[in-house]
Write a protein that binds this ligand. Structure first.
Ligand SMILES: C[S@@+](CC[C@H](N)C(=O)[O-])C[C@H]1O[C@@H](n2cnc3c(N)ncnc32)[C@H](O)[C@@H]1O
Length: 211
C-alpha cells in the first residue's frame, strides 16, 4: 500500500482502493469472531438506544451486524462514497454513516467502540492520540472491543496493516481503561497470514494510577 512518509495512508488512497476493488481486508461479511460474540449476551446493548462507534468501518459488514443486534451504530470512515449504500442500511436501524477522521471525531458518548483493522490501519505514531480520543468518546463503563490483527507482524515491516498486539492497545488506551479479555480468537479468518486475537477493555469512571 502507498504510504505517506510516516507510515499512514491518505484518504484519497483508501478511496482509490475501494474504487478499484483492491480491498484485501474486506471479508464480505462480519468478522466470524464478532458474529460469534454477538450471539451471546456479552456484547448485547446494555440498554435500548445504546450507541456503538465503528471507526474505519469500511463497507460496514461489522457495523450492520452490530445494528442487527440492536446497537445504534455510527459507522465512521474517511471515504465518503462508502456511505452511499451503508448509510441507508444503517438508517433503518437508527444508525448512520459519518465521513470523517476518527482522530477528530467528537460525537460521543458511546457505549461501545468496535475496532476491526482500524488500529492497524492508522500510523503507529497516531496510536496514543487515538487511545486518548477513544477514552473521550466512550462513557464510563463503555467497552473498547477489538479484533487484534496482524498479531505477531513485526512493526518494522511497516504497513498498513501495521503489526499490533494487545499491549499496544493497552498502552494507547492508557489508565482510563481496564482490560477484561485478551485471548486468541476462536473463529479466525483462515486466509489471513497473521494471528488474530480478541481484546476487550472497559472505560473506568476514574483513572488508574500509572505506577
Ligand atoms: C483496513 S480497512 C478496514 C475496514 C473495515 N474495518 C473492515 O474490516 O472491512 C481500514 C479502514 O479505515 C479507514 N480509515 C483509515 N484511517 C482512518 C481515520 N483516521 N479515520 C476514519 N477512517 C479511517 C479506511 O478508509 C478504511 O476503510
Amino acid at each position: 500500500m502507498e504510504e505517506d512518509n510516516q507510515g499512514g495512508r491518505r484518504a484519497a488512497e483508501w478511496a482509490e482502493s475501494y474504487r478499484t476493488g483492491d480491498t484485501p481486508w474486506d471479508l464480505g461479511a462480519p468478522h466470524p469472531e464478532l458474529s460469534r460474540r454477538l450471539q451471546g449476551d456479552a456484547l448485547a446493548p446494555p440498554q435500548a438506544g445504546a450507541r456503538a462507534l465503528v471507526p474505519g468501518a469500511g463497507r460496514g459488514h461489522d457495523a450492520l451486524a452490530l445494528a442487527r443486534r440492536g446497537w445504534a451504530v455510527v459507522a465512521l470512515d474517511l471515504v465518503g462514497s462508502l456511505g452511499d449504500e451503508l448509510g441507508a442500511s444503517l438508517a433503518q436501524s437508527g444508525g448512520r454513516f459519518c465521513v470523517g477522521d476518527a482522530m477528530d471525531f467528537d460525537d460521543g458518548p458511546f457505549d461501545l467502540i468496535w475496532d476491526h483493522t482500524f488500529f492497524c490501519a492508522i500510523n503507529p505514531s497516531d496510536r496514543a492520540a487515538w487511545g486518548a480520543r477513544a477514552g473521550d468518546l466512550l462513557q464510563p463503563g463503555g467497552m473498547y472491543a477489538a479484533l487484534v490483527f496482524p498479531f505477531g507482524k513485526p512493526i518494522a515491516e511497516g504497513g498498513p496493516p501495521h503489526g499490533m498486539d494487545s499491549a499496544a492497545l493497552r498502552q494507547a488506551l492508557g489508565a482510563r481503561f481496564e482490560a477484561e479479555e485478551d485471548c486468541s480468537a476462536q473463529r479466525k479468518v483462515r486466509s489471513r497470514r497473521w494471528e488474530e486475537r480478541w481484546f476487550l477493555a472497559r472505560r473506568l469512571p476514574f483513572q488508574l494510577p500509572t505506577s
